[in-house]
Design a protein around this ligand. Structure first.
Ligand SMILES: O=P(O)(O)OC[C@H]1O[C@H](OP(=O)(O)OP(=O)(O)O)[C@H](O)[C@@H]1O
Ligand SMILES: O=c1cc[nH]c(=O)[nH]1
Ligand SMILES: [Mg+2]
Length: 209
């Protein structure tokens, strides 16, 4: 089973509380989602492989380290995942970005894929799939299915708020995928929204309500 980690660093908890507030406006919501994504990227990238390098400093040779091997692709699940991309790029500016478009049918809660565009070497990259919300798990499961169908194998899923139902479903469907979240909330309501959650992340990011 992949790792499941609630990233409860005080800065992350504080910032998440700010965006849960229903009075937090679009501009602030967007900025803080990116800030949380940056903080999470620091931990999510912790096991990136290093190699030894000798660097000539002004005073001699430093036996130092640099990131080696697998390079990173950030894959947001549209739309809401886009809100986390810039925050991760702040830390890993050389990462490539793939997009997977997914919407959830409001009645059935079934996910529907409508767009996939990935870096051509996606099978060789360490992939961070990002989406603020893990509710039933349907969207993330289908997005990761789409990645694996194209040869991807090294995948981590990063969200801000998860429901227990979604964590269970994602772990069952993709036991190889590590899951990182800023909070594990109580439950889903009868409309498939996370309670207490933060509402509809896409609408709050883009001001579409
Ligand atoms: O775990 P699930 O039950 O699948 O729900 C989570 C999905 O729902 C939301 O997307 P939505 O369908 O609202 O699309 P949007 O990002 O375009 O608003 C959210 O951003 C996730 O992708
Ligand atoms: O609570 C939820 C559930 C799914 N999608 C959202 O944006 N919010
Ligand atoms: Mg939405």
């Amino acid at each position: 089973m992949g790792k499941f980690q609630v990233m409860d660093h005080p800065l992350i908890q504080h910032k998440l509380s700010l965006i849960r507030d229903k009075n937090c406006g679009t501009k602030e919501f967007r900025e803080i989602v990116n800030e949380i994504a940056t903080l999470m990227a620091f931990e999510v990238s912790r096991d990136m492989p290093l190699e030894d390098v000798d660097i000539e400093t002004p005073e001699g040779i430093a036996h130092a380290k640099q990131i080696s091997g697998k390079k990173v692709a950030i894959v947001p699940i549209l739309r809401a995942g886009i809100g986390m991309v810039d925050g991760i790029l702040d830390l890993i500016p050389a990462a490539k970005v793939g997009h997977i478009g997914m919407y959830r049918d409001e009645m059935t809660l079934e996910p529907h894929e409508y767009f996939v565009k990935l870096p051509s070497d996606i099978d060789q990259r360490q992939i961070f799939v990002v989406d603020p919300m893990l509710a039933t798990g349907g969207s993330s499961i289908m997005a990761i299915d789409a990645l694996k169908k194209r040869g991807a194998s090294n995948i981590k899923f990063v969200c801000l708020v998860a429901a227990p139902e979604g964590v269970k479903a994602l772990q069952k469907a993709h036991p190889d995928v590590d899951i990182y979240t800023a909070a594990l909330d109580e439950k889903l309501n009868d409309k498939g929204y996370i309670v207490p959650g933060l509402g509809d992340a896409g609408d709050r990011l883009f001001g579409t309500k």
